[in-house]
Design a protein around this ligand. Structure first.
Ligand code: HDE
Length: 757
């Protein structure tokens, strides 16, 4: 805190000038500041529509907000600065003086502005929000967020890519982090998951190896944010346990359309523990209400050039527009006895528990309703740690999880500069913190008194320990798991089965999704320089699906090798051979076009009335409509006769700054003169071709169909539900069909590999 508000009071001054409170989002309903909602159930579940962002996390952050409005410029010591333009010099053309403490303080601070980036998940975006419980879950857990129906728990969620550095692109093929910090009544609980429910490795011992193989190769620092290179494929082809995760990453899950449109998973098996100390196993699932959607590869590659912040911008803009993204939290709850009967081991993070074996029960929703005020202070400095659990949540013996419990707190010590990172405002608990830990770099708390030990009599025994009972606010008690085995380095038997669920995943995909997996492997392996690595990977894929291996081999111009010998040749038969929930196409979508970005091309001579009526139909449906011209600015509209009406349309984007692949759908306008100019310009044709190639919806009004003819795709109208044509007079009439077509996300039936001319 740069200004000590209490100091003047300590010395008896009452005229201290406190800085004005930082600007925050205007408080909405005060209901969200209460610990339970008072709303009547508004939807089938509980709660009503999300409200503008205000929640309990604002208060602790507010104390630290700095607002410079009407304030003079000062040094860090509070000394007013008279001249912020010139260094102190011995004469106007003379040498600068060492005594210029103002210059030295400014430059010194600047020199240390950067902190180490996260070793993985360096690039991310975050938002504040809240969790609302649908019902009390007290029969399973005493965790505070699930204590009663309608209970609200503030939270901060960060989404990230894994491999790329902090300044890398958003649309790389990669897993995505999905980390949620719940500020519960009983302390912070961090659920640090991914958008993919399994992981590459089974044991924490292999994590540094995995990351060293995945990150840019150390001799030349390439490639950035991508796994398309030798060291990664060398490692994973030698680690068949990675195969299941590879299937997910090579699938469309590796290139999400938006952070708002991806699932999240806790990955490991966790424990829920109730008041009576009884425990069940649990897997956490987040499902987006916006639907689960992806990009296509060509689109992802192009977007990474035109807008490396594509996902960051999307999350930020949706929240700014009041389109608060929402996810449903679902739990798979099962007993230890059930777990023992499964053909796989639930302590193995390369395995899912198929929903056909244990259904996902919806238990609440997460709404993100407030953007951070400061990227560094909040998004960069937030420290998620799997060790941060609260009473009612406990760990399983998953050996990958065990390593994480250590790693996250440990890494913050370097990244955030010492052991007091819990005092950084975004990391502070809403529950009071009292203990005898003292000092260390950057300590903020001013502990009073002489006692920093326990037991003590001088401080009346305080702070006192809660006791070992599981009930009430007595404190965290680890579940007394019974373990009576030899101390060994090794793996349980079922960990040796590496392919059944990779096959389950592949077989549960639609034909289009399977084709994308083939193309994903083909692309990545085509970048691998050492043929033996490609061949080894192919031999592993034979064990997943001979069909998959054959298609990838064909794409690489190679023969299919013999199957890689399996670690376990005769595993227990899998219980489930098809799981529709694994296909994104079977997941519930939002069904509408809210927040979808629609480009409407404009030029001078564009038919005004048809665009105006389409614009209002689309914006009423929640779509974000952008008029895209050869340059930004005003363009003259015409009427049915082609004469200027005096009305103008303002292009808020240009074809140069917003190429076609950034949009979810395209409208080509009517107006002969405008269309002729569009035809004569190369950029609109690129728009049409990319939209077509990426299987998006295109609507051509009136004369605009000429652009479709030029692109050779006019004949698709009537056959392809995503290619629409209408007269200007029917612009309002076609709007519902267009909206439905955009809501379908993509019209994959038109996809050809390699793409049509
Ligand atoms: Fe992480 N991981 N991880 N990880 N991870 C980090 O922590 C680690 C794993 C995940 O938005 C680091 O604060 C080990 C699985 C997310 O800030 C680090 C192992 C899953 C984030 C670390 C794993 C994840 C991280 C880097 C294997 C999905 C970003 C900086 C034993 C369930 C959180 C940091 C954020 C970040 C270690 C495996 C997800 C180094 C040792 C499995 C979402 O501590």
């Amino acid at each position: 805190m740069p200004h000590n508000r209490t100091k003047a009071l300590e010395h008896g001054h009452d005229n201290a000038v406190a800085p004005p409170a930082g600007e925050t989002v205007k408080p909405g309903s005060s209901e969200l500041t209460a610990s339970t909602t008072t709303e009547e159930p508004g939807t089938a579940k509980t709660g009503g529509p999300a409200q503008l962002g205000t929640n309990e996390t604002i208060a602790p952050l507010d104390q630290f907000k700095v607002d410079p409005s009407d304030q003079p410029l000062t040094t860090n010591q509070g000394v007013r600065i008279a001249d912020n333009q010139n260094t102190l010099k011995a004469g106007l053309r003379g040498p600068s003086l060492l005594e210029d403490f103002i210059l030295r303080e400014k430059i010194t601070h600047f020199d240390h502005e950067r902190i180490p980036e996260r070793i993985v998940h360096a690039r991310g975006s975050a938002a504040h929000g809240y969790f609302e419980a649908y019902d009390a879950l007290t029969q399973y857990t005493r965790a505070a967020p699930f204590a009663e129906k309608g209970k609200i728990t503030p939270l901060f969620a960060r989404f990230s890519t894994v491999a790329g550095e902090r300044g890398s692109k958003d649309t790389a093929r990669d897993a995505r982090g999905f980390a949620v910090k719940f500020y519960t009544d009983e302390g912070n609980w961090d659920l640090v998951g991914n958008n993919i429910p399994v992981f590459f490795i089974q044991d924490a011992m292999k994590f540094p190896d995995l990351v060293h193989a995945l990150k840019p190769e150390p001799h030349h620092g390439m490639p950035q944010a991508a796994s398309a290179h030798d060291t990664f494929w060398d490692f994973v082809s030698l680690m068949p346990e990675s195969t299941h995760m590879l299937m997910w990453v090579m699938s469309d899950r590796g290139i999400p359309r938006s952070y708002r449109m991806m699932q999240g998973f806790g990955v490991h098996t966790f424990r829920l523990v109730n008041e009576q100390g009884e425990s069940v196993f649990c897997k956490f699932h987040w499902t987006p209400l916006q639907g689960t959607y992806s990009l296509v590869w060509d689109e992802a590659v192009k977007i990474s050039g035109a807008d490396p912040d594509f996902h960051r911008r999307d999350l930020w803009e949706a929240i700014e527009a009041g389109e608060f993204p929402e996810w449903e939290l679902g739990l798979q709850i099962f007993t230890e006895e059930q777990a023992e009967s499964f053909s796989f081991d639930v302590l193995d993070s390369t395995k899912i528990v198929p929903e056909e074996l244990v259904p996902v029960t919806p238990v609440g929703r997460m709404v993100l309703n407030r953007n951070p005020d400061n990227f560094f202070a909040e998004t960069e400095q937030v420290a998620f740690c799997t060790a941060h659990v609260v009473p009612g949540i406990d760990f399983s013996n998953d050996p990958l999880l065990a390593g994480r419990i250590h790693s996250y707190s440990d890494t913050q010590i370097t990244r955030l500069g010492g052991p007091n990172f819990h005092e950084i405002p975004i990391n502070t608990s809403l529950a009071p913190v009292q203990n005898n830990q003292r000092d260390g770099l950057h300590r903020q708390a001013v502990h009073r008194g002489r006692v920093a030990y326990e037991p003590n009599s001088l401080a009346g025994g305080c702070p006192f320990q809660g006791g070992a009972s599981q009930t009430g606010p007595s404190g965290f008690v680890s579940f007394p798991d019974t373990n009576a085995e030899d101390k060994v380095r090794g793996k349980p038997e079922k960990f040796a089965e590496h392919y059944a669920q990779a096959t389950l995943f592949f077989n549960s995909q639609s034909a289009v999704e399977q084709a994308h997996i083939v193309a994903g492997f083909r692309f990545e392996l085509s970048k691998v320089g050492v043929p033996a690595i490609r061949e080894r990977m192919l031999s592993s894929l034979v064990n997943v699906s001979p069909d998959l291996a054959a298609k990838v081999a064909d794409g690489l111009g190679m023969a299919v090798p013999a199957a890689m010998p399996k670690a376990m040749e005769n595993p227990e038969p899998a219980e489930v051979n098809q799981s529709p929930a694994l296909s994104m196409m079977s997941l519930p979508g939002e069904g509408g076009v809210r927040t979808r970005q629609i480009a409407v091309l404009v030029e001078d001579g564009v038919h005004y009335a048809s665009l105006a009526s389409l614009h209002s139909a689309l914006t009423n449906a929640g779509a974000v409509v952008h008029f895209v011209g050869p340059k930004v600015g005003l363009f003259a509209g015409v009427g049915d006769s082609g004469d200027k009406t005096g009305e103008e349309i303002e292009a808020d984007k240009s074809m140069e700054n917003a190429p076609g692949f950034l949009f979810d759908a395209l409208v080509i306008p009517d107006g002969s003169e405008a269309v002729q100019t569009l035809v004569d310009n190369g950029d609109p044709m690129e728009f049409v071709k990319d939209q077509f190639k990426h299987c998006k919806t295109i609507l051509a009004l009136g004369a605009g169909r000429k652009l479709l003819e030029m692109a050779g795709i006019d004949s698709a109208a009537g056959q392809d539900p995503g290619i629409l044509m209408a007269d200007s007079a029917d612009a309002a009439g076609i709007a519902p069909t267009f909206i439905d077509a955009v809501a379908a996300h993509r019209h994959s039936s038109r996809e050809i590999d390699p793409p049509a001319k």
